[in-house]
Design a protein around this ligand. Structure first.
Ligand SMILES: C[S@@+](CC[C@H](N)C(=O)[O-])C[C@H]1O[C@@H](n2cnc3c(N)ncnc32)[C@H](O)[C@@H]1O
Length: 356
């Protein structure tokens, strides 16, 4: 199968008298309507050609110039509206070469320098990937690249490389099964028990190197990334039929959050539920002696600790965050929870307050 990218060139099927390859795909109508209407004679039949319903895109003099320069293609007779030509050579920066070669061993060597020798066999070449991503994403320097078979993270490396070359802020999502590295492998010897660890180490090392290479401006480079593991929801399954609810389960129902889940676990589930960007920077602050998670610009403030005090609630409400989240069981009583809602209503009525 031909890669999609060739579709951009296959539409160029015609060659003009001077040997230039073109496609007559330019609409000569005035965008939106109201363009000038004047007669243009067909070069063969000598009769006036059909005028675009929106009028001509150019003045009479300008269109005449274009016709004389061979930039307009007429139909077989005057019934067809003429079209402007796009020449293949005008697009040369956007057309990918269909074949290019690169020696594979160099990619392995580069990876070895980042995570150690013999850790990952046959990684993809990050420079080939970078070239490919660049072609596919065109001028979008904020493109998001996703690789469901991340392996050693070559795709992430390629994205970081591209950004370092042109100052873009493309992002990546790497997905990797929790596949174990083979026992007695180079990876195991180097301390990697899972493939994903290799990718994470590589991304860290690439970031450090790019920062180093950038010198004085290195501090401004965003080389951070987050790792997530797929798990079941943090929320306990509290919906049960009366028949399968025994004494033990009733005591479990006291808490809506599964035991062993951290504040961060809860935060990210809340973010996903609200449709917020999980790559936004999050700071951990201590407020009135409680650990509070704060998203950039106070888009969201969360405290998942127990025994939340009215003083803490007041301090948070005064910051007028867009959203505030607590644990349902973080309040000592229903009264304390209702009181917290009241405090927000008074001090920051526009805050969306949620208890999970
Ligand atoms: C060949 S590696 C990818 C190499 C990567 N391009 C690189 O340069 O490092 C493919 C990875 O995809 C993962 N994989 C294989 N089957 C998968 C599946 N069905 N779902 C998700 N991941 C899978 C494997 O764990 C393996 O590590």
């Amino acid at each position: 199968m031909q890669p999609d990218i060739t579709a951009a060139v296959t539409r160029f099927k015609t060659i003009d008298d001077t040997g230039r390859i073109y496609n007559a795909d330019k609409d000569l109508g005035w965008p939106g309507g109201g363009g000038p209407r004047f007669e243009v004679l067909h070069p063969v039949t000598g009769r006036p050609v059909s005028i675009p319903s929106t009028g001509w895109r150019f003045t009479e003099a300008r269109l005449k110039e274009q016709i004389e320069a061979g930039l307009v293609e007429f139909g077989q007779d005057e019934k067809k509206i003429p079209r402007g030509k796009t020449f293949l050579e005008e697009l040369d920066s956007q057309v990918a070469e269909s074949v290019f070669t690169q020696i594979r061993t160099t990619a392995s060597q580069r990876l070895a320098r980042l995570v150690g020798p013999g850790v990952f066999d046959y990684p993809k070449d990050e420079y080939v990937l970078a070239r490919w991503f660049d072609v596919v994403t065109g001028s979008d320097r904020e493109a998001l690249v996703m690789d469901f078979f991340a392996g050693s993270g070559s795709a992430a490396h390629a994205v970081m490389h591209l950004n370092s070359v042109d100052g873009g802020s493309r992002r990546f999502i790497m997905v990797q099964l929790d596949e174990e590295t083979p026992e007695k492998s180079g990876a195991r010897e180097a301390g990697f028990t899972q493939i994903g660890q290799i990718a994470r180490e590589r991304i860290r090392q690439v970031g450090l190197r790019l920062r180093e290479e950038a010198g004085m401006t290195g501090d401004r480079l965003d080389i951070g990334f987050r790792t997530f593991r797929i798990d079941s929801s943090n929320m306990a399954d509290v919906l049960r039929s009366p028949d399968d609810t025994d004494q033990l389960q009733l005591s479990e129902l006291e808490h809506s959050v599964k035991p062993g889940r951290s504040g961060e676990d809860l935060l990210f589930e809340v973010l996903l539920g609200w449709g917020l960007d999980i790559s936004t920077p999050i700071a951990v602050e201590s407020v009135e002696g409680y650990e509070v998670l704060v998203m950039e610009d106070d888009v969201l403030i969360a405290c998942f600790e127990d025994n939340v005090s009215p003083d803490l609630v007041r301090s948070l409400a005064k910051r007028e965050p867009l959203r505030a989240v607590f644990r349902d069981f973080g309040f000592d009583s229903d009264d304390a929870r209702i009181n917290a809602e009241q405090i927000f209503k008074e001090l920051s009525p526009s805050t969306d307050v949620k208890a999970v």
